[in-house]
Design a protein around this ligand. Structure first.
Ligand code: PMP
Length: 405
């Protein structure tokens, strides 16, 4: 039972304190109970707590949309609100699919997605995600997608060029076999989160997008996890150097205070939905769409994130320094922005259900650290306010616990 959160520290009901090494499911950017965000929500709550967002609008939603679009390339100038990462993805998939249908091109109806991807737990997001024990019960209800190998890489990986070439060759083969068949490609750019913090190089992600675009395929960046500074830039697409057709944002959007998400696209997509034919309308809305408290939190969090960008670069350098100066008895060590991951060598039982993850989780807890390994992958993704002394404790715990295995 957690009774309090302050900065990177959570207090349990028995008085124990834990360093939150994973930003509480990757949502918290600026520390728990951050006063700037808390105040913005409180002020908004006394003005307008919620209003139907169909036919009506409000100042926090407009200000958020404008503030974000000012930071984005010109072609990303339309913002659709929903309330969690899965729905942000669901909306992007639906929009991409309907975009082609509205233009009398219903043959473009297939989705390209990556092995090992995770895009959420609603049906469309599950279908785009890789099939696993989590989706097995729903298998007959999930639409088919065309899978591409994901060339995960790590420090010192000698085979990365080969893996990337193979993945691009599979993509080319699929596109040439069906040049007018694909509506969209969806990717978690640079880092696959729930699939095990697997990292790919920016140049590879860029090549994938360029190739897909040669064949007119829309590109969806699922930045639900990578958004808001996690990969070192405000958004991963900036690091990749490509402007996608859709970006999906959630998690860090409100700094971890309130559930909200955005699917950002452009007027070039929106134009296909205009007109008087009701079947061309994008019929999608949620009760809490553009909740004003969420928008106020997001605006406050965005201010803090922009201020934190130089600090984020320092965190990345300190991660590199830490991981290259100690032996962690781990393999596949990888770093991207504020995210660090490594695999515990195991002879069998890799993956999410590897018993080693549960054991390490409770050992980290004994050390006063909240970490939640994904199977045999141990990762750190702490709030940006985490101090170097707190990081020292987190990494020392990892080093000692892995050495003792
Ligand atoms: N996409 C990615 C890349 C994610 O990491 C997640 C959540 N782990 C989702 C989508 C789904 O987000 P939510 O849990 O808010 O529905």
């Amino acid at each position: 039972m957690v009774v309090k959160g302050q900065g990177s520290v959570l207090t349990l009901e028995d008085g124990r304190e834990l360093i939150d090494g994973i930003s509480s499911w990757w949502v918290n950017l600026h520390g728990h109970s951050n006063p700037h965000i808390a105040k913005a929500i409180a002020t908004q709550a006394e003005t307008l707590e919620h209003v139907i967002f169909a036919g009506y609008t409000h100042e926090p939603a407009e200000r958020l949309a404008i503030s974000l679009c000012e930071l984005l390339p010109e072609r990303l100038n339309r913002v659709f609100f929903s309330d969690n990462g899965s729905t942000a993805v669901e909306v992007a998939l639906k929009m991409a699919w309907q975009y082609w249908r509205n233009q009398e091109n219903p043959g473009r109806n297939r989705i390209l997605a990556f092995d090992n991807a995770y895009h959420g737990d609603t049906f469309g997001a599950m279908a785009a995600g890789s099939r696993s024990e989590f989706s097995a019960a729903f298998e007959p209800l999930l639409f088919e997608v065309t899978r591409l190998p994901y060339p995960e890489t790590w420090i010192g990986d000698a085979e990365v060029d080969e893996k990337e070439s193979e993945s691009l060759a599979v993509l080319r083969y699929q596109l040439e076999a069906s040049p007018e068949g694909f509506a969209a490609l969806i990717i978690e750019p640079l880092v696959q989160g729930a699939g095990g913090m697997k990292m790919a190089r920016a140049a590879f992600v860029k090549s994938v997008c360029e190739l897909a675009r040669e064949f007119g395929v829309l590109v969806i960046f699922d930045e639900v996890m990578t958004g808001f500074g996690r990969t070192g830039e405000l958004f991963a697409f900036q690091k990749v150097g490509i402007e996608p057709d859709f970006i999906c944002l959630s998690k860090g959007l409100t700094g971890g205070f309130l559930p909200m998400s955005l699917t950002i696209t452009g007027s070039q997509i929106q134009d296909a939905f205009r007109g008087i034919d009701p079947t061309h309308t994008f019929w999608h809305g949620h009760s809490y769409t553009a909740n004003p408290l969420g928008c106020a939190a997001a605006l406050a969090s965005l201010e803090l994130t922009i201020q934190a960008l130089p600090l984020i670069k320092e965190i990345e350098s300190s991660h590199v320094q830490r991981l290259t100066s100690h032996d962690y008895r781990a393999e596949r060590i990888r770093i991207c922005g504020t995210i660090v991951a490594m695999d515990v060598p195991v002879s069998s039982g890799r993956g999410y259900f590897s018993g080693i993850g549960a054991r390490l989780k409770s050992e980290f807890l004994e050390d006063g650290i909240l970490l939640r390994p994904l199977g045999n992958t141990v990762y750190v993704m702490a709030p940006y306010c985490t101090t170097q002394a707190q990081y020292d404790r987190v990494f020392e715990s990892i080093r000692q616990r892995l050495a003792a295995l």
